[in-house]
Design a binder for this molecule. Structure first.
Ligand code: SF4
Length: 700
């Protein structure tokens, strides 16, 4: 019968970067009929969150793209076309734009949601094969801050931890991280900690995680940097530093001088916390003999000064000797299932395989390793995501190719993008669904297979590589992204460059060999089966010291050596800046945004297709308001009101709860209207958007 599986395969979940392994139970034809979490996988230990349990639902949605669609300029309507027409149209239009306007006149926007073999194919095809310059990934919206912070501080984008650190810490500090719903399995890893840890949550909201913490610091929005510097002030003042660990850093004296006058009393004003509380936390995070770990997610990353905030935590971990040992670390928890794959392989900010575009030796190595003529590997940097969109707005970029992402919902201040659409000569969207906000306005829509319909590798937050497997055929004429890239390469005339890219595993082996000698060296991994047999493998895993049965948990910097040429980590800092858009009489609330539930993922493109997941989350957008503010404005619970910023407005149902502080509002990011309100400010080091705090008002 249909519910009795014939066989079982495994795959990593395709939503968040926790990287849970799922067992997919198959019928006689190899189609998945149900799933269960893998019990002996070192990440999830038999657990999955609601999204993982329902991972098969989105594959059978009625709005799956089954055929390419091309917009008829005469009628403005999208018409089905065959793949030959779709591919030829892509090539003709993009070649025409390139010939007329040059290599700067088009860009791709990709994703952290597809296997890294596909990301690498896209980035190399676009830049080396087709000869364009600009491309960026939606990891700019989630991880760019952490990438930049790690690169500057450690010399490479290297999250140092392993998930076992959650269970081995004595003090766990979660900053801007609502793990209980955003990373529920990682929260369960904390719950398994037998050391009775102190759990300190730094967050303006009384989130689900904050309510379960031993200490909640309800900090003023973006008061975090001032808090970290005051903690460093107390720790250095009291001599609670690790003098041996400081020998492995550069810049301690300057940092100590910088924080000398950043007292708890001064920080009290900037953070809204009492000075005595800051002193107490400083003692907790520098207790001799205690293992202290610092963790952050989007509350830090999506900020106008996110890089410095991340580095302030890195500094605290470094000066207290809390790096490279069990239960420690300054640890960014990634958002998307393959954000790290994008960071290392998408050929956007870094040259593929963890290399630098500006480094001639690296370009030569990639040229030889992949058989790409050196003159076709540019040393010029791409524009960042926001710069690409601004160039499109200015008419300099004429075409966009959007792959497995949905910027017309997710980009900050999204209302401006409709004007941008008018400026574009050609918009291509390649996605599982023809119905996303971005796909619906495309000139050319290419139907793509999704997770569950293809193979490839993902890299999770703790640097663990593991494969995904196909468990059903993609609907209609939908093709894997890998196959679409092959067709486009042939059509463009650069197919010879990718002759060896016959399938994802062949590409994996090429990319694996390319990492030799880099911090992310994975040359010891034999093939996908090796990854499966090993429960995934964390990088680095070089061939030279590859144990055929790698231990389940591996962390970085155990030797005290970092990736800068002198082996030392850098202590980096700068003075906190004011909010880009402070409140005033007209817009008197600070609007916070974030994840609202464990049952929905980002723009709901996939999770919104599941009947069960929809039942776990309200369809109507809601806004959290403190009851005191609601009383003052005469707003009742569930009353539909307008939330407005200087950029746009949306209707939302009022949810009165003391989870937000008076003067603050919270909107979950899953609703498409939310980004009409957000303020387009950016971290100057990482170009990551500042989604988290803008000025807004309520209208009844
Ligand atoms: Fe695990 Fe994340 Fe998938 Fe949930 S969404 S099952 S936490 S990988």
């Amino acid at each position: 019968t249909r519910l009795t599986p014939s066989s079982t395969t495994t795959s990593i979940c395709g939503y968040c970067a926790t990287g849970c392994q799922l067992k997919l139970h198959l019928d006689e034809e190899g189609n998945a009929i149900n799933l269960s979490p893998q019990a002996n996988y070192p990440v999830n230990l038999g657990m999955a969150c609601p999204k993982g349990w329902q991972a098969l639902d989105p594959l059978t949605a009625t709005d799956r793209g089954t055929v390419p669609l091309l917009r008829d300029p005469a009628t403005g309507r999208r018409q089905p076309v065959d793949w030959n027409t779709a591919i030829a149209t892509f090539t003709d239009r993009l070649k025409g734009i390139q010939q007329t306007h040059g290599r700067d006149a088009a860009a791709f926007l990709s994703t952290g949601q597809i296997p890294f073999e596909e990301m690498a194919f896209l980035g190399l095809l676009w830049k080396s094969g087709m000869g364009f310059l600009h491309g960026d990934a939606n990891t700019r919206q989630c991880m760019a801050t952490a990438v930049t912070a790690y690169k500057q501080s450690f010399g490479f984008d290297a999250p140092p931890y392993t998930y076992a650190d959650f269970e081995e810490s004595d003090v766990i500090i979660l900053s801007g991280a609502n793990l209980a719903i955003a990373h529920p399995i990682l929260w369960q890893r904390i719950m398994r900690n037998k050391r009775s840890p102190e759990i300190i949550v730094i967050d303006p909201r009384a989130t689900e995680t904050a309510q379960a913490a031993t200490v909640h610091l309800p900090i003023k929005p973006k008061g975090d940097l001032a808090l970290y510097y005051a903690l460093a002030h107390c720790i250095i003042r009291d001599g609670r530093i690790d003098y041996d660990a400081i020998k492995n850093t550069e810049g301690f004296d300057d940092f100590a001088a910088f924080v000398q006058h950043r007292t708890p009393e001064q920080a009290a004003h900037q953070t809204g916390l009492e000075a005595a509380t800051i002193e107490k936390v400083a003692r907790l995070v520098s207790e001799p003999g205690k293992r202290v770990s610092w963790w952050w997610t989007m509350g830090i990353n999506q900020s106008y000064e996110g890089v410095r905030a991340a580095q302030a935590m890195i500094n605290l971990a470094l000066i207290t000797g809390n790096i490279g040992k069990p239960g420690t670390g300054a640890n960014s928890i990634t958002g998307q299932c393959n954000a790290m794959g994008s960071r290392l392989f998408s050929n956007t900010t870094s040259l593929v395989g963890g290399h630098d575009f500006a480094n001639e030796d690296h370009r030569n190595k990639v040229s030889v390793g992949l058989g790409i003529p050196i003159e076709q590997i540019t040393s010029d940097p791409s524009l960042a995501y926001d710069e690409i969109l601004r160039a499109a707005e200015d008419g300099k970029i004429k075409a966009l190719w959007v792959v497995a992402t949905n910027p017309f919902h997710s980009w900050i201040n999204s209302g401006r993008l409709s004007a941008l659409r008018e400026k574009l000569d050609f918009l291509v969207v390649q996605d599982m669904y023809h119905s996303t906000e971005s796909a619906e306005i495309a000139d050319l829509y290419l139907p793509a297979a999704g997770w569950g319909e293809k193979t490839g590798c993902l890299i999770n937050s703790e640097r663990r590589l593991a494969p995904i497997r196909p468990v059903r055929k993609a609907p209609g004429q939908a093709l894997t992204d890998f196959r679409i890239f092959r067709l486009l390469a042939q059509s463009w005339g650069c197919g010879g460059m990718f002759q060896q890219w016959t399938d994802p595993e062949a590409a994996f082996k090429l990319l694996r060999d390319l990492t030799q000698g880099r911090p992310c060296d994975i040359t010891g991994i034999r093939d996908y089966d090796h990854l499966d047999e090993s429960g995934g493998i964390q990088w680095p895993y070089p061939e030279s010291d590859a144990d055929p049965h790698p231990s389940a948990e591996r962390r970085l910097f155990e030797s005290g050596q970092f990736y800068h040429p002198d082996g030392k980590a850098r202590l980096l800092f700068s003075a906190p800046a004011p909010l880009p858009e402070p409140t005033d009489d007209e817009f008197s609330f600070t609007l916070l945004t974030g994840r609202g539930t464990s049952s929905q993922w980002h723009t709901q493109t996939r999770t919104g297709k599941s009947d069960i997941l929809r039942k776990l989350y309200p369809a109507q957008a809601y806004v959290e308001i403190h009851p005191r503010d609601a009383r003052r404005l005469g707003i009742l619970n569930n009353q539909v009101i307008t939330v407005r910023s200087r950029r746009g407005s949306m209707k939302a149902s009022a949810y009165l709860a003391p989870t937000v502080q008076p003067g603050q509002l919270f909107l979950p990011m899953h609703y498409p209207e939310v980004n009409r309100l957000t303020h387009p400010s950016f971290d100057k080091h990482s170009r990551q958007p500042n989604y988290k705090a803008c000025a807004a008002r309520l209208e009844v």
